[in-house]
Write a protein that binds this ligand. Sequence first.
Ligand SMILES: *[C@@H]1O[C@H](CO)[C@@H](O)[C@H](O)[C@H]1NC(C)=O
Ligand SMILES: *[C@@H]1O[C@H](CO)[C@@H](O)[C@H](O)[C@H]1NC(C)=O
Ligand SMILES: *[C@@H]1O[C@H](CO)[C@@H](O)[C@H](O)[C@H]1NC(C)=O
Ligand SMILES: *[C@@H]1O[C@H](CO)[C@@H](O)[C@H](O)[C@H]1NC(C)=O
Ligand SMILES: *[C@@H]1O[C@H](CO)[C@@H](O)[C@H](O)[C@H]1NC(C)=O
Ligand SMILES: *[C@@H]1O[C@H](CO)[C@@H](O)[C@H](O)[C@H]1NC(C)=O
Ligand SMILES: *[C@@H]1O[C@H](CO)[C@@H](O)[C@H](O)[C@H]1NC(C)=O
Length: 485
Amino acid sequence: MSIRPGVTYTIGILCIILLIVSITLLVANVFLNVVDNYVKKEVQLRNGTVAFETWKNPPPPIYMQFYFFNVTNPDEVLNGGKPFLEEKGPYTYREYRPKENVTFMNDGKVVFAITPKTYVFVPELSTGDPETDLIRTVNIPVVTVMNMVRYSSSQTILAEALVTFEREGLFTMRTVHEFLWGYKDPVLAAIHLVIKDIDEYFGLYHKMNGTADGRYAFLTGKENYKDFTRIIEWKGNKSLDWWTTDMCNMINGTDATSFHPLITKNETLHFFSSDLCRSLYATFEKALSVKRIPAFRYVLPRETFANVSENPANSGFCVPAGNCLGSGVLNVSTCKQGAPIILSSPHFYQADQKYIDDIEGMHPDKANHETFLDINPLTGLLVRAAKRVQINVYIEKIDGFHQTGNVQTLIFPVMYLNESVLIDDLSAAKLNSMLLQTEVVTVIPFMIMALGILFGLIFIILVCTNRSVDNEASEAERTPLLKPS
Ligand SMILES: *[C@@H]1O[C@H](CO)[C@@H](O)[C@H](O)[C@H]1NC(C)=O
Ligand SMILES: *[C@@H]1O[C@H](CO)[C@@H](O)[C@H](O)[C@H]1NC(C)=O
Ligand SMILES: *[C@@H]1O[C@H](CO)[C@@H](O)[C@H](O)[C@H]1NC(C)=O
Ligand SMILES: *[C@@H]1O[C@H](CO)[C@@H](O)[C@H](O)[C@H]1NC(C)=O
Ligand SMILES: *[C@@H]1O[C@H](CO)[C@@H](O)[C@H](O)[C@H]1NC(C)=O
Ligand SMILES: *[C@@H]1O[C@H](CO)[C@@H](O)[C@H](O)[C@H]1NC(C)=O
Ligand SMILES: *[C@@H]1O[C@H](CO)[C@@H](O)[C@H](O)[C@H]1NC(C)=O
């Protein structure tokens, strides 16, 4: 039971050295910096990086799901009654969006590309057949034409169309496929004979299959990793100041497929939405994990679409100036060729209660109807997301148009969509193993520190046991002397 003092002191010195080394490594952030530099170098749009390949040809499947609202009581609505809507769907399409015409410019700091989107129907993930399922909803071309002519003296435009127009009502019944991908509308066709600029076809996604929405310029992140995939130009428009530019040409942030690496909780993510015709921002909500990958969830804060008294910054979206709608709805009429289209979240989630109460069949729900982005903070890669938007039509009684009957003034839901993406298993496995490697690297200083502490404990135990052995020994010697005899 005797340990030489030399061993004890060696262990003590080892303990101190290990602790100093680990603390130095932690203070100097050496390993974290190694990881950061690796991530910053790899998460860059450069021919050959994984990030570039993922950006160019996103491997995870993107699904676009459409839900339509079928009007069950059209006659009552025309007599001023409350609409009863039945949700039908989903009608699911797989969305392919490769980047094409990819050209690097400016010493690899900028990359130009177009993103044509192709939609292929997926029957297994749908409730019905879009080619045969009929939906009755607002006749958007008729409402649009009524709005076009009501304030102008261009009734003459309608001279040819008027006969056709007379036969068309406020509601129409068409297949899901027609509403989405287009049908030859009789009213538009009649107007087209006079004004060639007006398309005779109408469809919410008419001519959108396989077409790109213009050329984008992205920053590659070469100069600053925080600018990874940030859009700086769209359709040749460089102005980033969206307050002073036309509402449809606002550009800011990324296209929301990836974000810069090393994002933090208190960061605001800016991205551009070409459908909403505006730039948006998302804020941190919570941390979670997706297929075992750590992720931060970002959501659009309520203020994004709040009314002007709650968020005065939104007064820029009151069109025409001063004409403000309630919370949770956005007038995008100027971006939709004058059609009275109002966007909102599905089922008027987070919108004014009055819009929900005006319609029978609205059941807003956070889990199903909010837009969110789940991003891996280290790499900035999007691991799951859902964009949910509802398309509504503004309808009101218009004098001189019998089609509108006695209808109430309503923001009338036509359909909503859920465009979602979830990282595929292969990419998830790759990302997980990369995250594991970086984790191992970052725990090295802690492992050294743990070893130092272990040696420290051994040192203390050795010192104590040696001392008590000494004490016992000396006690044994002294006892006989102290024993009263
Ligand atoms: C990337 O590199 C490959 C092969 O080296 C080449 O064929 C391709 O054109 C390059 N792509 C771009 C966008 O420069
Ligand atoms: C879109 O185009 C692709 C390829 O041209 C085609 O396979 C697909 O069926 C089209 N989708 C629709 C909804 O028409
Ligand atoms: C929508 O309502 C119409 C009229 O009641 C009906 O004929 C049609 O089948 C409904 N659509 C679906 C998809 O259920
Ligand atoms: C645009 O993006 C930049 C940086 O991403 C941000 O600082 C700025 O506030 C954004 N502007 C708006 C109006 O969202
Ligand atoms: C704005 O929204 C708030 C909260 O929903 C509401 O109390 C207020 O009356 C609204 N203001 C206007 C002008 O609609
Ligand atoms: C929406 O905007 C258009 C164009 O500025 C305007 O004419 C229309 O009155 C607005 N609609 C509503 C409901 O405010
Ligand atoms: C998309 O959202 C809808 C509700 O908005 C939900 O029913 C559906 O399951 C979602 N789809 C995916 C793939 O998450």
